[in-house]
Design a protein around this ligand. Structure first.
Ligand code: FAD
Length: 565
């Protein structure tokens, strides 16, 4: 059996090595157009920032090491230019000589990744522009920074695109001492987040001196710098183009393979394309969305690696080498995490915005628990959001942001979604606890308690963006925090009666619907329960003042928010 693997990094190399473990006798040829295989794409931004000091740390394997351990025939500088399905050959261009050769195959695994969009064009004298996808890219960036008199210090960088890679590059260029401007087309960086969650990212970037230009696009580059569509020009020594990627599907298109509605290569649950001899994995391939069961694009390393293994299993099974049916690829949740300076920003499943845009019913829960017991030194606040199907109580998505502990909470929730747990069942998870690691009621349990209260109708809640409308309809906002907290910052028009005084001051409350709120939602829940049992129509402001304030930050002009603060 002769298997040709196109692309020698995440998905391709996972397929190659898994296949070797299953089949000692197959001929496995890995064709990679670049100079390096199996390099650490995810580490590239940290090499730019000097956090990873040695370039060699990025190069996890070489063709020689892969030959020694896995008997792989790994060829670099070998670009596949065509797949002839009738002849069952691939055409290979030697990148160094331009010579074209043909190689026959029994199976192909297409793992060509993603490509950046159209390059940002620059006129004469324009700053160096680079994407950040390959070792060549980091070499280009390192050379440009080294050309600066102080090797990067005090140089000016413009990063275009505030997604995962853009944010990692921003952090790393700041780490190098550069003045960094981030240009983001949308209303906030990290577009999969909801606005009130992204407010934390915005704050963190600004706190580290990043010049953030939101709702702005690049119009052109010249010797003056980067011209933005708001008429400003940002001087730059280097520009990093991190505007996002699209599936590298041209080989598949030319070979007549089915392409899905997202533009990614269409595959079945075993990574087979419309031609079962050709399998495809990684960023170039469409996935099935775990929430909608519709095709989607998710460009993450975990899926590329996992699906590489699935493809190898499918090939082995086709050749009678796997006793059982191969494991199918599960639908994708899009679980992801990114570091933004001191914050970890993590998400899984769908956001509120995505659910709303899709017209899908959802319940929203915010919580702001400490990452570990408050009495133990060093506790940091987590900001958590859970999206729940109000009919089934199943979890549709989550976002967790914090300085500590966001990673494990998002992973627990991602596991819960995959296991089909309901949101309320999060309160029953038995999670590890000692004061320096968590709480007896872990933050994930807290989400479960809130979800259970909502599902059973114990407390009704209202979202920050719904408040103005209910107040306009005559509802009254009661701040149940302490007078000092109210004094430090309050929702305009709210009256302050501390939860501890509420029982004694019931007769002071205005008639009509009441919206109670505290700082994070917990005292608000207690107040709402108390008032409900005294016959009042009451809702608790979900996530409390903190969530409401973060929402204002992203929707109200900055001037007003400063006044509110
Ligand atoms: P790749 O790993 O990109 O490999 C594709 C390879 O195919 C490339 O080497 C390319 O040269 C080669 N190729 C393309 N066309 C041809 C051809 N015609 N002939 C021969 N070879 C070809 N994901 C995470 O989950 N977490 C992270 O922290 C994270 N950080 C990232 C940081 C950066 C800077 C980048 C660029 C990506 C990051 N990712 C991260 C995404 C992750 O790296 C990708 O999802 C994953 O590498 C996709 O695997 P793949 O096999 O599809 O493509």
């Amino acid at each position: 059996m002769r298997v040709i693997i196109i692309g020698g990094v995440a998905g391709g190399m996972s397929a190659a090595t898994r296949l070797r473990r299953l089949d000692e006798h197959a001929e496995i040829i890995v064709l990679e157009r670049g100079d390096h295989v199996s390099f650490a794409n995810c580490g590239l931004p940290y090499y730019v920032g000097g956090v990873i000091a040695e370039r060699s740390s990025l190069l996890l394997q070489t063709p020689e090491s892969l030959r020694a351990r896995f008997a792989l025939d790994v060829r670099t500088g070998a670009e596949v230019v065509a797949i002839d399905r009738d002849a069952r050959t691939v055409g290979i261009r030697d990148v160094r000589t331009g010579a074209i050769t043909q190689e026959p195959y029994d199976h192909v695994v297409l793992a060509a990744g993603a490509t950046a969009g159209d390059p940002l064009g620059g006129g004469p004298g324009a700053p160096v522009v680079s994407t950040l996808r390959t070792v060549d890219d980091v070499d280009r960036i390192a050379a440009a920074l080294a050309a600066h008199p102080e090797a990067g210090r005090d140089a000016r960088a413009v990063v275009v695109g505030g997604g995962f890679i853009g944010l990692e590059v921003v952090e790393n260029l700041v780490h190098r001492g550069m003045a960094v401007t981030l240009v983001q087309h949308g209303a906030h960086p990290m577009s999969p987040l909801d606005a009130e969650m992204a407010a934390l990212v915005v704050d963190e970037l600004r706190a580290h001196g990043v010049d953030l230009r939101l709702r702005t696009s690049v119009e052109g580059l010249d010797e003056a710098g980067v011209h933005l569509d708001d008429g400003t020009v940002v001087p730059a020594d280097i520009v990093i183009d991190a505007r996002g990627v699209r599936p590298a599907a041209s080989l598949a298109v030319d070979a007549g393979l089915a392409i899905g509605p997202t533009g990614g290569i269409a595959v079945d649950a075993y990574q087979r394309t419309s031609d079962p001899r050709i399998l495809a994995v990684g960023d170039g391939v469409e996935k099935i969305d775990a929430v909608s069961a519709e095709p989607t694009l998710v460009t993450m390393a975990g899926l590329a690696n996992r699906h590489g293994r699935t493809a190898a299993d499918a090939i082995a099974a086709d050749n009678g080498l796997l006793g059982d049916a191969p494991e199918d690829a599960l639908p994708a949740l899009g679980t992801a995490i990114v570091g933004v300076f001191d914050l970890a920003v993590a998400m899984t499943g769908w956001s509120e915005k995505k659910l709303r845009d899709a017209g899908r019913a959802h319940r929203v829960i915010h919580a702001h628990p400490a990452d570990h017991a408050g009495y133990y030194p060093g506790a940091e606040r987590l900001t958590m959001k859970l999206l729940v199907d109000p009919t089934t109580d199943l979890i549709l998505g989550a976002q967790v942001i914090g300085r500590r502990g966001a990673d494990k909470r998002i992973d627990v929730i991602a596991v819960a979604i995959q296991a089909g747990l309901t949101a309320s069942q999060l309160n029953r998870l038995e999670l590890a606890y000692a004061p320096q690691f968590g709480s007896a009621k872990d933050p994930v349990n807290m989400l479960g308690y809130i979800a259970d209260n909502a599902a059973t109708g114990l407390t009704e809640s209202i979202q920050w963006h719904e408040l103005d409308a209910v107040v306009a309809d005559g509802a009254h906002v009661i701040d149940v925090r302490s007078a000092a907290e109210h004094e430090a910052g309050a929702i305009p028009g709210s009256a302050n009666i501390s939860v501890d005084d509420l029982r004694n001051r019931l007769d002071e409350l205005p008639a009509g619907e009441l919206i109670v709120h505290c700082q994070v939602g917990q005292r608000g829940h207690t107040a709402a329960r108390l008032l409900r049992q005294h016959g009042r129509r009451v809702r608790n402001l979900d996530g409390g003042y903190l969530t409401w304030f973060a929402g204002q930050q992203m929707t109200v002009p900055q001037k007003n928010v400063k006044e509110l603060a």
